[in-house]
Ligand binder design. Structure first.
Ligand SMILES: Nc1ncnc2c1ncn2[C@@H]1O[C@H](COP(=O)(O)OP(=O)(O)O)[C@@H](O)[C@H]1O
Ligand SMILES: [Mg+2]
Length: 219
């Protein structure tokens, strides 16, 4: 197939705040969906190029395209993303409104990582406002999954985050805990699935992939 057909899916991983796990989740979910047989490519739209650095050792199972949209018109960037030949494109984003708006405009599904910090909830509200603005301009649906990240269920903050996220009226994924494996797999240029197969971190990403596939089936 030369052109991505109507079945082409785009998953944007975004959040108005930095350091919440966008790149970690983008890389790991892309790897897990590739392992499940999807034809995956990842677009690194963040000029900080963390996802591109992750890919540099050459250990990832899918291509990563460095496509910062800092200095080019959004329409040109969007056209280049649409040209990528893959059945499923995952976009990693910078936490600023322009990049987020452009990446959300192309998405069927948006993953929004949130950590148990008061600051993240405010940023999540801002992120949902950007998504709602994109929804008004689109005929088809943009689904959203909020992804609790670095969450310790034993803490009050951990339990509160799940409750607070549930009130936004969007889907909420099973939580991802704070685990050294997520930090170390970046250093080794691997996804958690290849770095620590079967480990708790890998299982959490598999559960997230289940939620992604489930949300997709409902569309
Ligand atoms: N679940 C997690 N457990 C432990 N460390 C994490 C987890 N998620 C992300 N991190 C670490 O937090 C830092 C920020 O994550 P990153 O994915 O780069 O966030 P963002 O892309 O939103 O800026 C990185 O050092 C990453 O390894
Ligand atoms: Mg990042």
């Amino acid at each position: 197939m030369n052109f991505p057909g109507p079945m082409r899916k785009t998953i944007t991983v975004t959040q108005r705040k930095g350091g919440v796990g966008k790149t970690t989740i983008a890389i790991c979910i892309a790897a897990e969906l590739a392992r499940r047989g999807h034809d995956v490519a990842l677009v690194d739209s963040d000029p900080q190029r963390s996802a591109s650095q992750w890919a540099e050792p050459g250990n990832l199972e899918f291509p990563v395209y460095e496509m910062a949209l800092e200095q080019i018109p959004v329409s040109m960037w969007a056209q280049e993303v649409r040209r990528i030949q893959a059945g499923l494109v995952v976009i990693d984003t910078a936490p600023n409104a322009r990049e987020m708006g452009a990446s959300i405009a192309l998405a069927n599904l948006v993953l929004v990582p949130c950590t148990p910090s008061g600051l993240d909830l405010d940023a999540t509200l801002q992120t949902l406002a950007i998504i709602d603005a994109a929804r008004e301009r689109r005929r088809d649906q943009i689904k959203v999954i909020l992804v609790p990240n670095r969450l310790d269920r034993r803490t009050l903050e951990g339990r509160q985050l799940i409750d607070e996220l549930s009130e936004f009226g969007e889907l909420v994924a099973p939580p991802i805990a704070s685990r050294a494996a997520f930090v170390r797999c970046f250093t080794s240029g691997q996804s958690v699935a290849s770095f620590v197969p079967g480990d708790a971190a890998d299982q959490e990403i598999q559960q997230l992939a289940d939620a992604v596939e489930w949300a997709d089936q409902g569309s």
